[in-house]
Design a protein around this ligand. Structure first.
Ligand code: SF4
Length: 414
């Protein structure tokens, strides 16, 4: 491997980390102020944003320890057979970078993942060493998220949890058959076993902390996972079922969905095009429905079409409501919280405001309109003190009335 300086390594290893889904700051135009004109840059390497358990948005240095890998997962740009420039940080270099960025107030924490070099245990040891050194040698109190390697020694994963705030293990693909086809060196059983061990360790630690205040913390921000969308033939229904099973079995804090990006020199088993980004967005909305709006996975899956896909032109909550018109309209002045949460266009904050306000007075349609982005969207589903919607028996008519009208594209616009 050619000798690279830290800046070059950072460029390669921050870029390689962008495929991990827990960063929402990508996708904008490239600008910088290196010519001395202006201020700021959208090309800064390796800083992403995540949400702390208390809802705060925090900046993280997001990098790989190395983009070399002994595995050959078809969908991954860092796979063994990929023709990309390789780089590798030592544990000490990552520690130095983290501290330097932290002292300049660029970041509040570290997100560290890695390709697998030599063996899973060796790679995991290096990652644990980064977290250990930050915590023990530098008394670093910032946030640390480590991606763990499913077949690494459980003792190493346990050590990682003593230093990191959050641990994650990627399930990679929504179905076992997809994993077998696209990541043949990985084992669904091993991934499930590692996630189960992590859950037990987190449960044990929480139990110990309830009894002894001095019990050590273990991954206090829990565990999360990521699955790639659109690389295999899994439908949205399959993905919803898989995510719901993961939340139930492993008490995950989050499942991240990452739309598959075509990579250079891709394997012939991969699709040539990435799925629409809107698909990823709809899956996050379906995830939200299960976690915050009280829908069962079966109910969310009912929002899909005959091929098991969520509609792209409307959010899944609206799609569900259009298919279940017998559940509407609900009376904003009498409905339960659970019923109100199912009204398209009403979020958890709006519902909380409705429940508080209606203690003092009967709410009119305008009162509800002030709590939501689109009154047109909620009108057919609500009864208010001054409003009763007209009965529409035909779902297609209702859909037309509340979804934005399609616009004719102009052919000759520059
Ligand atoms: S093990 Fe991870 S880094 Fe290596 S090829 Fe597979 S997905 Fe990529």
């Amino acid at each position: 491997m050619a000798q690279l300086d830290t800046r070059e390594k950072l460029g390669i290893l921050a870029d390689a980390a962008k495929y991990d889904a827990s960063c929402a700051s990508s996708g904008t135009a490239k600008r910088n102020s290196r010519d001395g004109k202006g201020l700021g840059s959208t090309e800064g390497m390796g800083i992403c944003h995540a949400y702390a358990p208390d809802g705060r948005c925090i900046s993280l240095l997001k990098i790989l320890l190395t983009n070399s890998c002994i595995y050959d997962c078809h969908y991954c740009i860092n796979r063994k057979s990929s023709n990309v420039r390789r780089a590798r940080f030592t544990a000490e270099e990552v520690v130095k970078l983290t501290i330097a960025f932290y002292k300049r107030n660029y970041i509040e924490g570290l997100f560290l993942s890695s390709g697998i070099i030599r063996s899973s245990d060796y790679t995991m040891e290096q990652m644990v060493e980064v977290a250990r050194s930050l915590r023990e040698n530098h008394h670093f109190r910032g946030y640390i998220h480590l991606k763990t390697i499913p077949d690494a020694d459980p003792e190493l994963v346990h050590l990682a949890g003593l230093y990191a705030d959050r641990l994650s293990i990627n399930v990679e693909l929504p179905t076992v058959s997809g994993l077998a086809q696209l990541a043949p060196e990985k084992s669904a059983e091993q991934i499930a076993g590692a996630m189960g061990d992590l859950k037990s360790a987190i449960d044990d630690q929480q139990d110990a902390r309830r009894r002894y205040r001095s019990a050590p913390n273990f991954a206090p921000a829990g565990q999360s996972t990521q699955m790639i969308v659109g690389a295999d033939g899994a439908s949205d229904g399959d993905i919803i079922a898989s995510a719901s099973g993961l939340y139930d079995r492993y008490a995950l804090r989050r499942v991240y969905y990452s739309a598959f990006s075509p990579i250079p020199d891709a394997s012939a088993v991969l699709p040539l095009q990435r799925p629409p980004l809107m698909r990823e967005h709809r899956l996050y909305q379906s995830d939200w429905m299960m976690r915050f709006y009280g829908y069962s996975p079966r109910e969310v899956a009912a929002a899909t079409d005959d091929s098991g896909m969520l509609p792209l032109d409307m959010d899944p909550k609206l799609a569900w409501a259009l298919k279940h018109r017998e559940s509407f309209p609900v009376d904003v002045n009498r409905a339960t919280r659970e019923q109100l949460l199912r009204v398209p266009g009403l979020g958890t904050k709006a519902v909380a405001s409705i429940l508080t306000s209606r203690r003092w007075r009967r709410l009119r349609l305008d009162d509800v309109g002030r709590l939501t982005v689109s009154i047109a969207k909620i009108r057919p589903f609500l009864i208010a003190a001054d409003w009763t919607p007209a009965r529409i028996d035909n779902g297609a008519d209702l859909r037309l009335a509340i979804t934005p009208k399609p616009k004719q594209m102009e052919l000759f616009v520059a």
